[in-house]
Design a binder for this molecule. Structure first.
Ligand SMILES: [Zn+2]
Length: 450
């Protein structure tokens, strides 16, 4: 029997240019798929009253090290250099599969609670073959849409992060693919990618082998590039170009210190971009290059990156990017004594970047990122009657600039309600207990090693 849910009488921001905004609109979901978006829809369905709500597609976080949920805020004042030592060299080697499970469970629920319906889990914590199983099991249990990006082990900074000779184990990636990702159907919630370290961090043989592995398996690649002075100097995209490895299957994360040539190389090769603005401004990666990416014809997305140091929600990222980009342009215009250009970023663009562009970057735009009939139903309702949002003059601005996690009232992924009336349907108490136990275990292991 067909299962129908009707979101009735919301202010619908479809983020689909052909549909646009419906100040009073209905969204009909049938068997997990968006069946119709229109001013008024009659259907025999479970009705969710959206009066006073702004209805948007779910946010897409295109890069988060979800395993770090257990060590939230352990590095509040860290620079990128500190982070390598404090997190990757200190905590990562101590992670057990149980820690990864707990962190991914709590971290994915954190996403759902905040209206992030699609997550790229950049999982460079695969210290044993049990680690990826634990990560994937947790993602699957929460019902989030996720791209699991299989990364390297993280057993010591010296072995794994500079001129590393150790490659991601191809046989284990193949095993994971067979066990969890054999379905190619377009409604699969979980998809697979490869989280590579790239040139500078790895020797060229490893880089070439990892790119070849991803292409053999037909899975996308995600790689951190041009963050901070360190990786900026590597000229990683230039090096990838020299190795003949650039392609449309690759997401470049951060991109703060790209040369003009590297921007062109990424754009010309059809690559995609993930920007983590709060991390980049706070930790010294560089200016979040949202406008730079747009100027090169790219469709940048946003990502959270690390909850060791920044908040885990998309509202923060939207405002960090919006504020930083406009600060940069305003300062440059003032310095040059010219008016600010009329191409300044807008609040509505930020909402597009956080939703539709995210789906594009994760390679999932055919199934999510906008409220478009035929796509899977990943839908979020924001309570616009709350005092920090009302009264609404401009619904896109209300979401981009006023709303926060407390206003995320309803979250639907693949047609399934994961948050209703402001409460997650999952066992939150269990997730919190597990992630607190993981915190305690990791701190004890750190003490024991010291
Ligand atoms: Zn990262």
């Amino acid at each position: 029997m067909t299962h129908r849910t009707l979101l009735r009488a919301g202010h619908v921001l479809s983020m689909d240019p052909d549909i646009g905004d419906l100040p009073r609109g209905d969204v009909l979901i049938e068997d997990g798929r968006i069946a119709a978006v229109d001013r008024e829809i009659g259907a025999d369905a479970e009705v969710l009253d959206m009066t006073g709500r702004i209805v948007i597609p779910g946010f897409v976080d295109t890069h988060r090290h979800t395993w770090e949920a257990s060590i939230r805020n352990v590095a509040p004042d860290a620079t990128l250099d500190d982070y390598f030592v404090d997190i990757l060299d200190t905590f990562a080697p101590l992670y057990t599969p149980e820690d990864v499970y707990a962190a991914n469970l709590a971290g994915a629920l954190e996403c759902l609670n905040a209206g992030i319906t699609t997550l790229v889990d950049w999982s460079h914590i695969n210290n044993t073959p049990e680690h990826p199983d634990a990560a994937i099991r947790a993602l699957a249990e929460t019902g989030i849409r996720a791209q699991y990006a299989y990364g390297s082990a993280n057993t010591s900074l010296a072995d794994y992060w500079f001129e590393s000779k150790i490659a991601i184990p191809g046989d284990d990636v193949r095993r994971i693919r067979t066990e969890y990702f054999s379905s190619d159907s377009d409604d699969a919630l979980l998809t697979l990618a490869l989280a590579t370290r790239g040139p500078g961090f790895c020797v060229n043989d490893v880089v070439t082998a990892e790119w070849a592995l991803a292409r053999e398996l037909g899975i996308p690649i995600t790689v951190h590039v041009a963050m901070g002075r360190l990786a900026g100097r590597f000229g990683m995209v230039k090096q990838l170009h020299d190795l003949g490895l650039l392609g449309p299957d690759t997401t470049y994360v951060h991109c703060c210190y790209f040369s003009e040539e590297e921007w062109r190389l990424v754009a010309d090769s059809g690559g995609t971009v993930s920007i983590a603005p709060q991390v980049e401004t706070q930790m010294g990666h560089g200016w979040p290059p949202v406008m730079k990416a747009i100027e090169h014809g790219l469709r940048p997305s946003l990502s959270i990156d690390v909850v060791t140091t920044v908040p885990g929600d998309m509202f923060t990222q939207i405002r960090a990017a919006f504020g930083a980009e406009r600060a940069r342009v305003n300062a440059a215009s003032w310095q040059a004594d010219v008016p600010v250009p009329d191409t300044m970023l807008t609040a509505r663009q930020m909402l597009e970047i956080a939703t539709r562009n995210g789906a594009h970057v994760a390679g999932l735009e055919d199934r999510t990122g906008s409220l478009t009939p035929g796509k899977r139903a990943d839908v979020v309702a924001i309570d616009a009657t709350a005092l920090n949002v009302a009264p609404v003059h401009d619904a896109a601005a209300a979401v981009a600039l006023s709303a926060d996690v407390s206003n995320v009232e309803t979250v639907i992924v693949d047609g399934v309600v994961r948050k209703r009336d402001g409460r997650l349907t999952a066992d939150v108490a269990r997730a919190r207990r597990l992630v607190e136990e993981s915190r305690d275990r990791l701190l004890a292991a750190k003490e024991a090693r010291a």
